[in-house]
Write a protein that binds this ligand. Structure first.
Ligand code: ATP
Ligand code: MG
Length: 410
């Protein structure tokens, strides 16, 4: 039996969309087979608030991806989590080394010691991510196995979430017939698909602006040093427009996506756009500058919150690489320029890095999380060849080019 072939699945249950990506890993090469994206109606600020609606969105997105991939059954997936119930902090652990050389067992014990922190009973630990090890008096060690010493210490980043909210997410995925392989904090997944190793090394802040939340991951010397979920996302930009222009949500979403900018000073003062007001009212002309004023004010406020997060955690001198802004909310015109101005560091929009089978449609910041989830899951789910449960119908896969199917979906 050949175990070098895996089906890997990322499932991003977001506030505005549920997205599934099915990949096929063969001999360390990964190829995207199928993508499904469906509007999400059961989440608020990144947390599930309606089980039935969430299950339906998951089912639709999974079915779409399966159809495209030519796969009849999907067993499990790596699922992303966010929401403002997430709380992360750094901790340390220390153990005496059992033998002369440090072994995997010592590393396991020190990580266990680091996770032995008191957390409220309604919380559970999602991740314990090692940052660096210290053997006796030498610190900055990434891999201590094989080293000689008597005392092993580790610094870790711990991510926790509220148990009931984690369970609600797991329940939705399971009700959709999918086993949850692993739950990964969304900005960790987005970092995986958009950041380079060099960026993580010199220090960088990933800012994923989704629909309901903005997720932050700070990297330094290749390690995750801080993560945080801010309960403000792209939907707040849309709501601000609805209030300012007195127009329905759908119309403000359209205006934001097609005519929005956060830099009013770069716009032609006489440029206008026609907006449809609330039912029964006539369409009217609105100056693009007014739209940009509204969106710009919200973006500035959001970046000030991000700046506070960095300063509160004393990380301002650690982020030489600046800010990488991703997520669907990063697509408003002028956002990187405004970020650079407010955050006083270089900023750019983070597009997922390309790999096998990835079309230009997928290289969109709104797919950073789901692509990262799939990449993170590459070892967690193994499909053995000739497994009767899962048939990869290569004929159906080849019969439709990925490009055509993307056109149908998006
Ligand atoms: N072209 C665009 N221009 C401006 N905003 C956009 C564009 N495309 C998408 N967005 C905004 O991006 C947001 C959705 O981003 P994304 O798909 O990353 O969110 P999500 O993953 O569903 O939500 P979350 O991560 O908060 O749970 C929405 O607010 C949407 O209006
Ligand atoms: Mg998201």
């Amino acid at each position: 039996m050949n175990t070098d072939k895996h089906i890997v699945v990322g499932l991003d249950v977001g506030t505005t969309k549920v997205c599934t990506i099915i990949g096929y890993q063969k001999n360390s090469e990964l190829e995207i087979l199928g993508v499904g994206s469906h509007p999400s109606y059961g989440l608020k600020k990144g947390s599930v608030v309606n089980i039935d609606k969430t299950v339906r969105s998951i089912c639709s997105s999974v079915e779409e991806a399966k159809l495209m991939a030519g796969i009849t059954t999907l067993v499990s997936a790596t699922v992303g989590i966010a929401g403002n119930h997430i709380y992360s902090f750094n901790s340390t652990g220390v153990v005496p080394v059992k033998g002369k050389e440090i072994t995997q067992d010592d590393v396991d014990r020190v990580l266990e010691a680091a996770r032995a922190v008191v957390i409220p009973s309604d919380r559970e630990i999602l991740h314990v991510i090692p940052q660096e090890y210290r053997v006796d008096n030498t610190d900055g060690i990434k891999d201590p196995i094989g080293m000689i010493g008597v005392r092993l210490e580790v610094k870790v980043h711990i991510v926790t979430g509220l148990t009931p909210l984690i369970q609600n997410l797991v329940k939705c995925v399971e009700q959709a017939g999918i086993i949850v392989n692993d739950i990964i904090l969304q900005p960790i997944a987005s970092s995986r698909s958009t950041l380079s190793d060099e960026e993580k090394e010199i220090g960088v802040v990933l800012v994923d602006i989704g629909g309901g939340t903005t997720d932050i991951a700070v990297w330094k010397e290749g390690c995750l040093v801080h993560s945080e979920i801010i309960p403000v996302g792209g939907n707040h930009f849309t709501n601000d427009l609805s209030v300012a222009l007195k127009i329905p949500h759908n119309e403000s979403e359209r205006i934001k996506v097609y005519h929005g900018s956060v830099l009013p000073e770069t716009l032609n003062q006489s440029a206008h756009v026609t907006v449809q007001g609330l039912a029964g009212t006539r369409p009217r002309e609105v100056q693009l500058g007014i739209i940009a004023d509204t969106l710009g004010a919200r973006a500035e406020e959001l970046f000030k919150i991000v700046k506070d997060v960095i300063h509160d955690n004393n990380l301002q001198d650690d982020i030489t690489g600046g800010y990488v802004i991703t997520g669907g909310g990063a697509l408003i015109k002028g956002l990187a320029e405004l970020a650079e101005y407010v955050l006083e560091r270089p900023a750019k929009i983070g597009y997922p890095n390309a790999f096998g089978g990835m079309t230009s449609v997928m290289q969109n910041p709104k797919f950073s999380t789901v692509l990262g989830l799939m990449l993170e899951s590459d070892k967690s789910f193994v499909v053995k060849e000739k497994n009767t449960d899962i048939e990869i119908d290569i004929v159906s896969k080849l019969s439709r080019s990925l490009k055509n199917v993307f056109k149908e979906i998006f």
